[in-house]
Design a protein around this ligand. Structure first.
Ligand code: FMN
Length: 184
């Protein structure tokens, strides 16, 4: 019941014949330094053995444009389909791992598995982030700031996909001092 969560496309495989994508919502950041994250995957998934054997994968963030492919890769199996081909997604060689990046994704997070926790229905792959690739078009040319919200990131909430909503405030706004009005 901890929602909303992201719905990411996890790419895996060490050669083009093995490349696959599965959609994952049980994912998140778990440490800042060293940068670590996790994905939890059911052992019955075709991707499970690929990730376990190779010890690496890529988390590809998703957008409104990628919503169809995100859902499709989460209901079809790599046992039966080449998901890159079917969804017209482009595998790109990563910088630090053998698993491919998905070119159409705005952010690709390359991960190396450090530990596998066999929790129950899902096994948690606790991983170190070894590289992050971000699409240049989401960087403001003047400020250099990265605005992922411009990519229209997908949120997943109780079985439904949404976009992010209204801006409410920035980090720390609850304790920020109000600027005094100057009268002159
Ligand atoms: C939105 C969404 C989120 C999902 N989250 C997970 C998840 O966190 N862990 C998991 O094992 N499967 C998850 N799935 C299911 C897998 O993506 C699905 O079973 C997929 O077909 C597995 O592909 P594969 O057999 O090629 O590995 C999710 C599916 C969707 C649509």
């Amino acid at each position: 019941m901890i929602y909303p969560v992201p719905a990411v496309m996890v790419s895996c495989g060490s050669s083009p014949e093995e490349y696959n994508i599965l959609t994952v919502s049980w994912t998140g950041t778990i440490c800042t330094e060293p940068a670590m994250c996790y994905i939890s995957v059911r052992p019955s998934r075709h991707s499970y053995e690929t990730i376990r054997k190779n010890g690496e994968y890529v988390i590809n963030l998703t957008t409104a444009d990628l919503a169809f492919a995100t859902d499709w890769c989460g209901v079809k199996s790599g046992k039966d389909f080449n998901k890159f081909r079917e969804m017209k997604l482009t595998p790109v060689v990563a910088t630090k791992v053998n698993a491919p990046l998905i070119k159409e994704s705005p952010v690709n997070i390359e991960c190396v598995v450090k530990e596998i926790k066999e929790l129950g229905t899902h096994h948690m792959f606790i991983s170190e982030v070894v590289a992050v690739n971000a699409d240049k078009k989401y960087f403001d040319e003047k400020t250099g700031l990265f605005s992922l919200n411009d990519s229209q990131p997908l949120c997943y909430l109780h079985g439904k996909y949404y976009l992010t909503g209204e801006f409410i405030g920035k980090f720390g706004f609850s304790v920020q001092k109000k600027k005094k009005k100057t009268t002159s």
